[in-house]
Design a binder for this molecule. Structure first.
Ligand SMILES: NC(=O)c1ccc[n+]([C@@H]2O[C@H](COP(=O)([O-])OP(=O)(O)OC[C@H]3O[C@@H](n4cnc5c(N)ncnc54)[C@H](O)[C@@H]3O)[C@@H](O)[C@H]2O)c1
Length: 448
C-alpha cells in the first residue's frame, strides 16, 4: 500500500529525478521499505530470487542417491554359483550390489552419499502362493538376501511346513488369504504364483484370471513391480519344437486342461494390458516342468508320481506309450531365473526350463536308477490333450537374463527323493522331533 501512496503523491508533484542522478535522493529514500518499492525495485528483487531458485534446482550442489529401481537394474554382486563367464550380459546375479549382508543386517554401499547410521530399506515383497512348492523355495532366497517377505496363500495346495523355518523372523509374514479376493498391502514387488499347478487341483479354481486381476490391481495401486508365473502349457500341444516365446501355441479352448492353459494365457494378456495401458512394470515367466523337494506328493505331476510310487514299491504309471517328452528343471534353477527376471529390465515372456528332453520311459528309468532298479512300470490310457512334446528354447533367457539351468536330472532327483522319503516314511520320527521343539522344516508335518 505504501507503494501506491508514494506514487500517487509523486504524480501531483514536479517530476523527481532518478536516485542515481542526485545524492539528495538517497537521503530522501533513507526508509529502506520505501526505497525498495520505488521504481519496480521489488520486481527486480523477486525476479532475482526466482532465477536463483531455478538455477539451484537445475544444478543441485550434491547429487542425491540414485533411485532404488535404477540400482536394482544396474548393480550386481559377485554370484557364488555363476561366474562371470556364465553371466555374459552382466545382468543381476544372485544379489544386488547395494545389499551387503552383515550378520543378518543390511547395510548400504552404493558409493553415493548415504548419511551415517542410515541403512538401506530392504525391499518388501509379496509372494502369492508362497506356501507352495516353488513359492517356498523363492521365499527362502528372498529372506536370505535380506528382504521382507509377505506370503499370501489360501493353503489349497500349499503347506505351512514349507515355511515353518521362517516363523518368528520379523522379516517374514504369512497371511491366509484367497487371491480371488482383493487385498491391500504396501509392497515393492509382487511375485504372483498363487494357482494350483497340478491337473488334479487346477480344475477347481478360478485363480488364474480373477487372482491375477486382483494382484495387478494391487501392483497398480502401490506402484509395485509384478511378476507372473505363467506356464509352458500356454503352448498347448505344440506344433513347433522346441518352443520359443514367439510361438503362439496350440491350445484346445474347451478341453479338460483349458481352465489352466487358457487361464494362464488370459493372465498373460491381462499383465500385458496393464503394462501397456497403465504403465505397470510386469515380468512374465513361462515355467516348464519343475521338480524338487516340497513338491506335493500324489498331485498327478509326473516326477512326483513316479518318485512316490517307486518309494512305496508301487508300479510307476505311464500314461499312453510313454514316448511323449518333457523337460525337467530343478527348483533352484527356476528360482534363480525368476529372481533375475524380476530384477532385470525385460518384460518377457521368458521360457524358464531345462532344455534336456526325456521321454516318460527315460524318466522312469532315471527314477529306477535312483530309487529302486526293480521298480515296475504300468501303462494306462493317456489323458485328454496331453502334449506330445515339450522342450523349451531358452536362448532368450540366456541372452537377456544371463540365465540357464545348472542342475541335471540325475543330480537333482536324489535331492527330491530324500525329501519324499522323509515325508512318506518319516512321520513317526517327525512327530517325535516336533514335540521336542526342533525347528526343521520337516518337523512340523502336523501343521498342515
Ligand atoms: N511346478 C511346475 O512345474 C510349474 C510349471 C509351470 C508353471 N508353474 C506355476 O508356478 C506357480 C507355482 O507352482 P507350484 O508348482 O509351486 O504349485 P503349488 O500348487 O505347489 O503352489 C501353488 C500355491 O498357490 C496357493 N494357491 C492356490 N490357489 C490360491 C488362491 N486362490 N489364493 C491363494 N493361494 C492360492 C496354493 O495353496 C499353493 O501354496 C503356479 O502359478 C504354477 O502355475 C509351475
Amino acid at each position: 500500500m505504501n507503494h501506491r501512496t508514494t506514487h500517487t503523491t509523486q504524480a501531483h508533484q514536479p517530476p523527481v529525478p532518478g536516485p542515481t542522478k542526485h545524492p539528495s535522493n538517497l537521503r530522501k529514500s533513507s526508509n529502506p521499505i520505501r526505497y525498495l518499492f520505488r521504481q519496480q525495485r521489488l520486481g527486480f528483487v523477486l525476479i532475482g530470487i526466482a532465477i536463483a531458485a531455478l538455477f539451484f534446482n537445475t544444478f543441485p550442489l550434491s547429487t542425491p542417491p540414485p533411485l532404488l529401481s535404477t540400482l536394482l537394474h544396474h548393480s550386481v554382486l559377485d554370484d557364488p554359483v555363476f561366474d562371470s563367464d556364465s553371466n555374459p550380459t552382466n545382468l543381476p546375479t544372485r544379489r544386488v550390489l547395494y545389499e551387503t549382508q552383515r550378520e543378518g543386517m543390511l547395510s548400504v554401499s552404493v558409493g553415493g552419499k548415504v548419511p551415517l547410521g542410515l541403512e538401506r530399506k530392504s525391499l518388501r515383497i509379496v509372494v502369492t502362493g508362497g506356501a507352495g512348492f516353488v513359492g517356498s523355495h523363492l521365499v527362502d532366497r528372498l529372506i536370505a538376501r535380506g528382504d521382507s517377505v509377505i506370503v499370501v496363500d489360501n493353503f489349497f495346495t500349499g503347506r505351512k511346513d514349507n515355511l515353518v523355518h521362517h516363523f518368528g523372523n520379523p522379516r517374514f509374514e504369512l497371511i491366509r488369504h484367497d487371491v480371488v479376493e482383493p487385498i491391500l498391502l504396501e509392497v515393492d514387488q509382487i511375485y504372483h504364483l498363487a494357482c494350483p499347478a497340478s491337473p488334479v487341483h487346477y480344475k477347481f479354481n478360478p485363480t488364474n484370471v480373477v487372482g491375477t486381476l486382483n494382484m495387478l490391481g494391487l501392483a497398480k495401486r502401490v506402484g509395485a513391480r509384478f511378476l507372473l508365473t505363467s506356464t509352458s502349457e500356454v503352448y498347448g500341444d505344440p506344433l513347433e519344437h522346441p518352443q520359443a516365446e514367439t510361438y503362439w501355441g496350440n491350445v484346445n479352448p474347451i478341453g479338460v486342461r483349458s481352465c489352466y492353459d487358457e487361464g494362464k494365457r488370459t493372465a498373460e494378456t491381462l499383465s500385458m494390458d496393464y503394462h501397456r495401458g497403465l504403465g505397470i512394470e510386469v515380468r512374465i515367466a513361462r515355467i516348464f516342468n519343475t521338480y524338487g523337494p516340497r513338491m506335493c506328493i500324489d498331485d498327478g505331476r509326473v516326477v512326483s508320481n513316479f518318485v512316490a510310487q517307486a518309494l512305496r514299491k508301487e508300479p510307476m504309471t505311464v500314461y499312453g506309450d510313454g514316448k511323449q517328452t518333457r523337460s525337467f528343471q530343478y527348483v533352484s534353477d527356476l528360482v534363480e531365473g525368476l529372481m533375475r527376471l524380476m530384477e532385470g529390465d525385460h518384460v518377457g515372456p521368458f521360457n524358464l526350463g531345462n532344455p534336456g528332453e526325456f521321454t516318460m520311459l527315460e524318466l522312469a528309468q532315471v527314477v529306477q536308477e535312483t530309487i529302486d532298479p526293480n521298480a515296475k512300470i504300468e501303462f494306462r490310457p493317456n489323458t485328454e490333450d496331453d502334449p506330445h512334446k515339450r522342450r523349451p528354447d531358452i536362448s532368450k533367457a540366456k541372452k537377456l537374463l544371463g540365465w540357464e539351468p545348472t542342475v541335471s536330472l540325475r543330480k537333482g532327483l536324489p535331492l527330491m527323493v530324500n525329501d519324499f522319503r522323509q515325508r512318506i516314511f518319516g512321520d513317526q520320527k517327525d512327530m517325535t522331533t516336533a514335540s521336542t521343539g526342533a525347528g526343521s522344516a520337516t518337523s512340523f508335518k502336523l501343521l498342515k
